[in-house]
Write a protein of this length. Structure first.
Length: 125
């Protein structure tokens, strides 16, 4: 069974998210994210449900997402659910991250391809 990944990102980073999404799918992962969830009153419940069904949350962290209440909610929900959270840094230095994000193993976008290759078997299992 394919590894299920929830992709968290700012709408201003759609171009980066598309590239990350493509690489994850090529590696065999099943990817979902908030952009596929219908916008209505229970969106937070739907996001939490999608995360419960995910094995990992990959968060694209950039200057665009730094102040995003939605991404903070998604990361907080993932951690509360005990999910592995992997921040992907896009022009954001480690020192600018929140203490919570600094405590996680972050990957620079330039190294994401290498991360995918090293984890490809895990994404396909």
């Amino acid at each position: 069974m394919a590894r299920r990944v929830f992709l968290s990102f700012s709408s201003k980073d759609k171009h980066v998210a598309h590239s990350v999404l493509k690489q994850l799918r090529e590696a065999g992962a099943e990817v979902t994210g908030a952009e596929r969830i219908a916008e209505r009153a229970e969106i937070k419940l739907q996001i939490a449900d999608a995360m419960r069904q995910s094995d990992e949350v990959i968060a694209i962290v950039s200057k665009n997402s730094a102040q995003s209440a939605w991404q903070n909610f998604e990361i907080g929900a993932a951690l509360a659910l005990g999910k592995k959270v992997t921040p992907i840094l896009v022009g954001a230095g480690i020192k600018k991250l929140s203490p919570v994000l600094r405590s996680l193993r972050a990957i620079d976008l330039a190294d994401f391809r290498e991360y995918i290759l090293s984890q490809s078997k895990r994404f396909q299992d």
